[in-house]
Write a protein that binds this ligand. Structure first.
Ligand code: NAD
Length: 485
């Protein structure tokens, strides 16, 4: 658990919005307290709770800044990203401490998130030299025909709390490099990290209005989605909110990029290396207390090795210490949702193999849930089909490879898919059959690279992927040009 004095950061300007290059209080004067989920007595400050008027100011500031930022060109804009990258490196520990305090993840996990954000900005700045179009054959003589990318315009960036630095970075960096001006609306549960990141771009010299921060929740988010000045919304969060955003934007054909929930499976076949599989499942299911879109929440295990697998898994999970090896969940609502889901699963025939309750012993007052393994979970029960977003793992029986694939693909989500087998032919067949975006063989089902597309299939994703060169298909639109000479 982090204990540094990041509250000194949040004492002043960082509690406000950042609009048109100025730290401004919300029009309403309302604030929201920010308390650490690891210890609710740790108060990080009272942050702006914004609404429609603040969003309107921010969108207007972004619209004003957009033409000059666009005119600068990608190589000029990349210089600002390089400066911001250096500042993230310099402030890495402050950022990690802030993430750990307000989101609750372990300091080691927070440091990992900072490294991830650095990889993303590094990759994105390098892409400045690759924002190419193509030269095409022309239908007439003495004619040059080609394509190029134009920045989309003012974009709204709406983010969740589970990666409060990395996810905003993988939206802000490409938005700015593409030449868009942005209004960033972070999660109300992680406003300090959002403010620190915004401050970094301001300190890097990014011109006023190019990046604006509007803190708050529903009211600010809805105002951003419905603002006529916003050309696109990049959203990461839950499926229900993603659906609302899609519906709200539909009447004006709003461009959206929606990165949504997951119900990710690890398939453990009868020939799997069980120790490797157990280690990967523990990391995927209980790292960050299961609060990752790609978190392992189902293990689909062949009945031939089920008991042996469970024995080894339960032994490992029983040794995880809440507060030291596994972080709390982000708030009381998430904790209650986890405990309710465990109770409901038991009514469908599932049994708690380990965990199953709130953890309090030797801990400060916080939102700790014991790492929980449920066994004999029916594949079609609610806990096996819906996202929990907490340290709750369902173990589901299967009878061979085809049955494992059927159960794996039975959910409406499709974020990640993972298989453990020693037979590479089976592994390659699984890669073809998984209805999921991010696939793994004989390794944990979480983790991603800055240069690979971050995306899901089915209801986990809509629109172009994030990270990777595919991201430009959201932040830019194509132009075709024909020149006769
Ligand atoms: P959430 O959907 O509750 O909130 C996400 C953001 O949307 C917040 O900033 C919130 O203030 C805002 N918001 C809420 N209602 C809105 C509305 N009507 N209009 C506009 N904005 C609105 O999600 P969360 O609890 O912050 O995050 C957890 C969810 O995020 C999980 O479902 C998880 O799977 C998902 N997630 C997905 C990915 C991915 O890459 N696919 C990554 C991380 C998290």
């Amino acid at each position: 658990m982090a204990t540094s004095n990041a509250s000194s950061h949040s004492a002043g300007h960082l509690l406000r919005n950042f609009i048109g290059g100025e730290w401004r209080p919300p029009e309403s004067g309302l604030t929201r307290p920010n308390r650490s989920p690891a210890d609710v007595s740790d108060h990080l400050g009272d942050f702006a709770e914004s609404g429609g008027p603040d969003v309107d100011y921010a969108v207007a500031a972004a619209a004003e800044a957009f033409p000059a930022w666009k005119a600068l060109g990608p190589l000029g804009r990349a210089e600002y990203l390089r400066t911001a990258e250096r500042l993230v490196e310099e402030r890495a520990e402050d950022l990690a401490v802030a993430i750990s305090r307000e989101q609750g993840k372990l300091l080691s996990e927070a440091r990992g998130e900072v490294r991830r954000a650095l990889a993303v900005i590094d990759f994105t700045a390098g892409e400045a030299r690759r924002l190419n179009g193509v030269t095409t054959p022309a239908e007439e003589p003495r004619t040059l025909a080609y394509t190029f990318r134009a920045p989309l315009g003012v974009v709204g960036l709406i983010t969740p709390w589970n990666f409060p630095l990395a996810i905003p970075m993988w939206k802000i960096a490409p938005a700015l490099l593409a030449g868009c001006a942005a209004v960033f609306k972070p999660s109300p549960f992680t406003p300090l990290t959002a403010a620190l990141l915004t401050e970094i771009f301001a300190d890097a010299g990014v011109p006023a209005g190019v990046l604006n921060l509007v803190q708050g929740d529903l009211a600010a988010g809805e105002a951003l989605v419905t603002s006529p000045g916003v050309a696109g919304i990049s959203f990461t969060g839950s499926l229900p909110v993603g659906l609302k955003i899609q519906q709200a934007g539909a009447p004006r054909l709003l461009r959206t990029q929606l990165e949504l929930g997951g119900k990710n499976a690890v398939l453990v076949l009868a020939d799997a290396d069980l120790d490797k599989a157990v280690a990967a499942v523990v990391h995927g299911a209980f790292g960050q207390a299961g609060q990752r879109c790609s978190a392992t929440s189902r293990v689909i295990v062949d009945v031939k090795v089920k008991e042996e697998f469970l024995t080894r898994l339960v032994a490992r999970v029983a040794g995880l210490r809440p507060g030291a090896d596994i972080c709390p969940v982000v708030n009381e609502q998430r904790m209650t949702a986890c405990l309710d889901a465990i109770a409901a699963a038991q009514e469908t025939g599932a049994e708690v193999a380990v965990g199953g309750a709130r953890a309090t012993e030797g801990l400060p007052e916080g939102y700790y849930v014991q790492p929980t393994v449920l066994r004999d979970v029916p594949w079609d029960s609610e806990i096996a089909q819906e996202e929990i977003f907490g340290p709750v793992l369902s173990v589901i029986d299967c009878d061979g490879f085809d049955d494992a694939m059927r159960i794996s693909n039975s959910v409406r989500y499709g974020m990640s898919g993972t298989i453990f087998t020693r037979d590479m032919a089976t592994a390659f067949e699984a890669l073809e059959r998984f209805e999921a975006g991010m696939l793994h063989v004989n390794r944990p089902g979480v983790g991603a690279y800055a240069h690979l597309p971050h995306m899901g299939a089915k209801l986990s994703q809509f629109g172009p992927p994030e990270c990777s060169p595919q991201v430009w298909d959201f932040y830019t639109e194509w132009r075709s040009a024909c020149i006769s000479y």
